[in-house]
Design a protein around this ligand. Structure first.
Ligand code: AMP
Length: 429
């Protein structure tokens, strides 16, 4: 039997309800904050990711699904969404007129990482980006929105880590100090970090190898090297978060593995997922739009790990499939034909109906209706049809009533209306 690819996974119907619930919650919340949905392709020219994410990163060096297209282009399955959204922002000149745009997208990303619990090769992100706002309040508002997303989903065990990465004006001074410190511990670093350290020393702070983490424990903090503008920006972000009562921890080791980040950077972590503790990450990337050929445009964004969020939720909730309002137990061919037409009529009216398609006994059909959690069962046998009177059983109270065949769908429609109106995507409990 052919199995799915390692690191990929199926989302089965029992779990998909939670995915829909998260998607709906995010879409409603983001719309309130003025974000519009954008959908970008899952594949782009490799160069886009190499240039925006940075050649020195794990993603570009080792993790991209890249292949030569038959036409000769080198294409890559997107490892994240920001680069594509920036490309779209520039390509469609979205900056013309009003450069401010708030966008979000939800979809699959691909990274050839070592698969383990919470880490997949195809995973999903909920991604939000704001273009054209340089001021610090949008940073705080974005973190606030993220905080509310988790609150609306009743996920409480998440904590925000916050840092500033400075800007091209102040980062060189920090880089120098960091390099001087790293030169003293070079032999403790992993081969990747030793190789990268001179070209991109910040990446060493981000390395997950325990020996590297230990080696940089006493590394200087970027916040001590910020220029006056970056300091003022960061001070306003933290003050705004304090005012909004969004809790956070200043984390000097928090740097992003992606090259284009500047100033505010943040990560949401949880204690419930073991090793894969990051559930969302983001920050400012004021230099990227220009680096990719657009006009100089400040920007900030985040990505939530959808799979990890659902993993947390699935420990707290189950998503029950919506049970049918009506099950039609049909006995015999004539009854089945009639039941089929009635079912179609009720389905058209938006009422969830199931019917028996096989040749089961009434007892077996009642059992199945029970298992599905049907609200009512309509019993349609040859005798009932001949008499022109059907039996409707309320599965909760066990009460039975008779319904004349004439006008039965209208009667059922009225009776089951309340079932149709209650809940649209199952029940979270
Ligand atoms: P990043 O784009 O690396 O900043 O990741 C943003 C979020 O996506 C992380 O905080 C994770 O929750 C999630 N994520 C990243 N890589 C994976 C992966 N391989 N499998 C599952 N989730 C991931």
């Amino acid at each position: 039997m052919i199995q799915l690819i390692r690191g990929f996974k199926d989302i089965l119907p029992g779990e998909a309800g939670l995915w829909q619930h998260v998607e709906g919650t995010a879409a409603r919340l983001f719309a309130t904050f003025g974000y519009g949905e954008i959908r970008v392709p899952i594949m782009e020219k490799t160069e886009l990711f190499a240039r925006s994410i940075g050649e020195e990163t794990d993603i570009v060096e080792k993790e991209m699904y890249t292949f030569a297209d038959r036409g000769g282009d080198t294409l890559t399955l997107r490892p994240e969404a920001t680069a594509s959204i920036v490309r779209a922002y520039i390509q469609h000149k979205m900056y013309a007129g009003d450069p401010v745009h708030k966008l979000y997208t939800i979809g699959p990303m691909f990274r050839r990482e070592r698969p383990q619990k919470g880490r997949y090769r195809q995973f999903y992100q909920i991604d939000a980006e704001v273009f054209g706002i340089a001021g610090p309040y949008i940073d705080a508002q974005m973190i606030h929105m993220l905080h509310l997303l988790f609150q609306h989903l009743a996920v409480t065990d998440v904590h925000t880590h916050l840092n500033s990465l400075g800007c091209p004006a102040c980062r060189p001074r920090f880089r120098e100090a960091l390099l001087a410190m790293l030169d003293g511990v070079t032999d403790q670093l992993c081969p990747d970090c030793r190789r990268r350290k001179d070209r991109n020393p910040l990446r060493v702070l981000d390395c997950k190898v325990p020996a590297c983490r230990e080696a940089v424990a006493d590394a200087p903090a970027i916040v001590d090297y910020l220029c006056a503008d970056c300091q003022a920006h960061f001070a306003t972000v933290t003050r705004a978060l304090d005012q909004l009562q969004v809790p956070y921890t200043l984390d000097k080791r928090l740097v992003r593995g992606l090259d284009y980040y500047t100033r505010t950077t943040f990560e949401l972590q949880t204690g419930v997922l073991g090793a894969q503790s990051a559930v969302a990450g983001g920050g400012r990337y004021d230099g990227l739009v220009e680096a990719l050929g657009g006009p100089a445009t400040p920007a900030i964004g985040f990505a939530v790990g959808f799979d990890r969020l659902v993993e947390i939720l699935s420990r707290q909730h189950t998503m029950a499939a919506r049970p049918p309002a009506l099950y039609i137990a049909a006995l015999g061919d004539a009854a089945k034909e009639q039941a089929f037409r009635w079912a179609a009529e009720l389905l058209e009216a938006g009422i969830q109906v199931e019917m028996e398609h096989g040749d089961k006994s009434l007892k077996a059909q009642m059992k199945r209706a029970d298992r599905l959690g049907a609200g009512h069962v309509l019993i349609v046998g040859e005798a009932e049809l001949a008499a022109g009177v059907l039996v409707l059983r309320d599965m909760q109270t066990k009460a039975q009533r008779e319904l004349p065949v004439a006008g039965v769908t209208a009667a059922l429609g009225a009776l089951l209306q309340s079932a149709r109106n209650s809940g649209d995507d199952g029940n979270i409990s």
